[in-house]
Design a protein around this ligand. Structure first.
Ligand SMILES: [Zn+2]
Length: 426
């Protein structure tokens, strides 16, 4: 093949496998009987096995047998609140006895009960509890995830949550994008003084988070039980001043015009969107912002209003899918289950759902140049699945056909065990 540079050291060659490259060549960017070459933690070559350059094969230090399964890009969970303490099983029980999410929140339950448990947990305890949830995600092929703060609502706990997110990335084979979500709820200490709390976030905490390099982005909860569009805009302005990207919990319970506001600030993503208007769809379509769909929260809250998937699809808005892993409204630790729910509840196709946790999930984190598809030059983050067609990933309920997880070229999981970092010899 002319013009092809073959690296001197080829770490691994994967064969006897089909590839769902998830490039926009439909369906699934699929290549049957493919080959994938890893060098220096990157994908060096990907394509049909019959086209594999012979030097690639002869120089490979190790050949892996995909056993006739499928390789997809490593999964991306682009919206989680994975770091917190305690559970809200009691609130779940109350809700089933008739209380609504909004009533529980107004009574000082909901988010504030997790705030109280998280403030009391020291860094080690927070790390320990969060690790359990992270392992569930990793065991199902997640190689990149986003983690938000937002259960401290005061300086020390917010910074502690973000430090735990960084420590998880050091301890486990996963890329973590940390997001500062101080504007998640109003803490009791600021009751009746929401503007003062927003001023504290903008003038004190956002500058400190940025200076310590603890987050890549800033998020807010813009809704009737969250913050107003005006307060949200002040948070966005502070984020911009300190070089942080923005994203927004928008239009979950009502239409506040939050998605359009976020798009104006070049948001990476707008998330939830059940109440997004057609006008809002047009604005985010023009800005290139990703729509993140969170079927776990929709399901768990027993909502009935769908996000406007047909309008988003028509407008060409990239749709990501995520767990929204959080104790109150989506205690989900399975991204594969979210694929199924995105299809059954929101009527995404299995291909759209898979793109939502690969290509579009990567874009929602601003990482689409590095991950999200199987293409030469990208990070060698991928999953080998024991499936006979890609739609099986969205079809099965509660299955985990993950056979190997590869991150930066290294096999970090095989069978049923994720290895912590530093134990990835093979
Ligand atoms: Zn959320």
């Amino acid at each position: 093949m002319s013009g092809l540079t073959v690296p001197n050291a080829i770490d691994a060659l994967w064969v006897n496998v089909n590839l769902a490259t998830m490039t926009d060549a439909a369906p699934y960017g699929a290549v049957e009987d493919g080959a994938l070459v890893v060098a220096g933690g990157k994908i060096a070559w990907v394509g049909e096995r019959s086209a594999l350059p012979s030097e690639m094969e002869s120089r490979a230090a190790r050949v892996w047998d995909g056993e006739g399964g499928w390789i997809t890009p490593g999964l991306v969970d682009c919206h989680t609140h994975l770091v917190y303490a305690g559970t809200r099983a009691r609130e779940f029980e109350l809700r089933l006895q008739g209380a609504t999410y909004e009533e529980i929140a107004r009574q000082g339950g909901g988010i504030l009960s997790t705030v109280s448990a998280t403030r009391q947990a020291d860094e080690e305890e927070l790390l320990r509890q969060s690790t359990q949830r992270l392992l569930s995600l990793l065991d199902q092929g997640v190689t990149t995830l986003e983690i938000k703060s937002g259960y401290g609502l005061e300086r020390d706990t917010e910074l502690r949550m973000l430090r735990v997110a960084r420590r998880l990335a050091e301890a486990f084979p996963v890329t973590v994008c940390a997001t500062f979500l101080g504007a998640h709820a109003l803490p009791r200490e600021f009751e009746g003084r929401a503007d003062d709390y927003i001023a504290f976030l903008c003038n004190d905490l956002i500058p400190e988070v940025a200076a310590q390099g603890l987050a890549e982005a800033v998020d807010a909860f813009c809704d009737t039980i969250g913050f107003t569009p005006d307060q949200t805009e002040r948070v966005f302005q502070a984020a911009k001043r300190h070089g942080l990207r923005v994203k927004l919990h928008a239009e979950q319970l009502s239409d506040q015009g939050g998605a359009a506001l976020a798009a104006k600030y070049g948001a990476l993503s707008v998330d939830h969107l059940e109440h997004l208007s057609d006008a809002g769809v047009q604005v985010i379509a023009e800005s290139g912002t990703v729509a993140v769909l969170l079927p776990g929260a929709y399901y768990f809250l027993g909502e009935t209003k769908h996000p406007p998937v047909a309008s988003l699809r028509r407008a060409g808005v990239p749709m990501a899918v995520a767990t929204d892993c959080n104790p109150g409204t989506s205690p989900a630790v399975s991204l594969l289950l979210m694929l199924n729910m995105a299809c059954t509840l929101f009527r995404l196709t299995p291909e759209e759902a898979l793109a939502g946790v690969t290509r579009h999930g990567a874009r929602a984190l601003g990482l689409h140049d590095r991950i999200g598809t199987l293409e030469a030059g990208k990070d060698a983050d991928f999953v080998v699945w024991a499936i006979s067609e890609p739609a099986e990933l969205a079809y099965a309920l509660g299955a985990n056909p993950c056979r190997h997880v590869v991150r930066h070229g290294q096999v970090v999981r095989s069978g049923h065990k994720t290895r912590p970092m530093g134990d990835s010899k093979h």
